[in-house]
Ligand binder design. Structure first.
Ligand code: PMP
Length: 351
């Protein structure tokens, strides 16, 4: 035993879904977009002047912020950018959650939230979802050190209407409420429209799902300028340049191509509805999804055997060996042909 060993910080990290290098797999385990990014992204990268890489990237994000401001109708001073929404969320936790009282989030939700709380020594409390995996706003009325809610929630895909979010905001004016909208573009309504009314609201979104740029690592928060100022100060205390120059060019191009964005997400929504209907015929129960993935169970039986069978056939989905959700599979909505292959293998399994 080395003497320095007990001085080393030990943490239990978040474990993302695997990125297997197997050929011909149908990869439906990490909620990536099955379609490529906008052709405008390809053009922006091809036309990128590599001589620019000599210099540090812009920290003003002028073009990118202009494109996002126009789309979301918020001021550029209301935007905070980061290296994927995971980084943006981590900085939000560090900046906003500094209380002795626990931060609240659902018992079934994105499993990074408790990891960040542990990393930053933030006390937290998991609030149970109801039997149908819905968030009950009144459960969030009590004293707390802040709130974080994924809407739609993950891994359940269940969406909470804006009226319920507003209810939570009304009862929590003294703490910061973060709404993680990683999956909002697949049918939900963004809480961005509430920013003018609530100065304690912070909405976080990502390029990784609906804009098909998970590999580029771009995420952003939208809030009021005071909270963005606080986020900038924390971020600038450890990394001034979270977004490289190519990522900024690509993200700007993607934000400007709203027609491609709408086409892509509508295709995913249509495939999702077909997938749910087909699974329904096979005897599955699927939660109402507003995301680019579904959460489905076959007769409430433990889902591990089906998960392993699908994996052996090259169809990778996500199974969580956790209380309340071990009878479910989380399946990303793929292309139509990927969906056909998934359904064919599920049929083989259940006979
Ligand atoms: N929030 C939720 C609810 C997610 O599922 C994910 C994806 N794992 C993220 C945030 C982070 O996504 P990214 O860092 O790729 O923006």
């Amino acid at each position: 035993m080395k003497l320095w060993q007990d001085k080393i910080r030990k943490v239990v990290p978040y474990v993302p879904g695997e990125q297997p290098k197997i050929k011909d797999i149908v990869k439906l385990n990490t909620n990536e977009c099955p379609y490529p990014p906008s052709p405008m992204v390809e053009k922006a990268i091809k036309e990128f002047d590599t001589k620019e890489l000599r210099k540090y990237p812009s920290i003003e994000f002028t073009e990118l912020k202009a494109a996002l401001s126009a789309y979301y109708k918020v001021g550029s001073e209301q935007l905070f950018l980061g290296n994927g929404s995971d980084e943006v969320l981590a900085i939000c936790f560090q900046t906003f959650f500094n209380s002795d009282k626990p931060v609240l989030f659902p018992d079934v939700t994105y499993s990074f939230y408790d990891v960040w709380c542990d990393l930053y020594n933030i006390p937290y409390k998991r609030v149970p979802l109801d039997e149908s995996f819905n968030i009950i706003p009144s459960d969030y009325y009590g004293e707390n050190g802040g709130i974080v809610i994924a809407n739609p929630n993950a891994p359940t895909s269940v969406y909470m209407p804006l009226s319920s979010i507003e209810d939570i905001l009304e009862h929590n004016k003294d703490v910061i409420v973060i709404i993680d909208e990683a999956y909002i573009d697949f049918g939900g309504e963004s809480a961005v429209s509430l920013l003018d009314k609530y100065d304690n609201l912070c909405v976080v979104q990502t390029y990784s799902k609906s804009r098909a740029l998970a590999g580029m690592r771009v995420g952003y928060a939208m809030s009021n300028k005071d909270l963005v100022f606080a986020l900038e100060a924390v971020k600038n205390s450890f990394n001034s340049y979270p977004l490289d120059s190519i990522a900024q060019a690509a993200a700007t191009a993607a934000a400007l191509d709203t027609a491609y964005f709408d086409e892509c997400r509508n295709k995913i929504i249509n495939t999702r509805q077909r997938l749910i209907a087909e699974l329904d015929k096979l005897g599955f129960t699927t939660l109402p999804s507003f995301a680019n993935f579904i959460f489905t169970t076959y007769k409430n039986r433990n889902a591990k055997p089906l998960f392993e069978y699908l994996r052996s056939k090259g169809v990778i989905v996500r199974y969580f060996n956790k209380p309340r959700i071990d009878a479910y599979l989380r399946i990303t909505v793929g292309t139509d042909s990927e969906t056909d292959r998934l359904l064919a293998e599920i049929k083989n399994f259940i006979g």
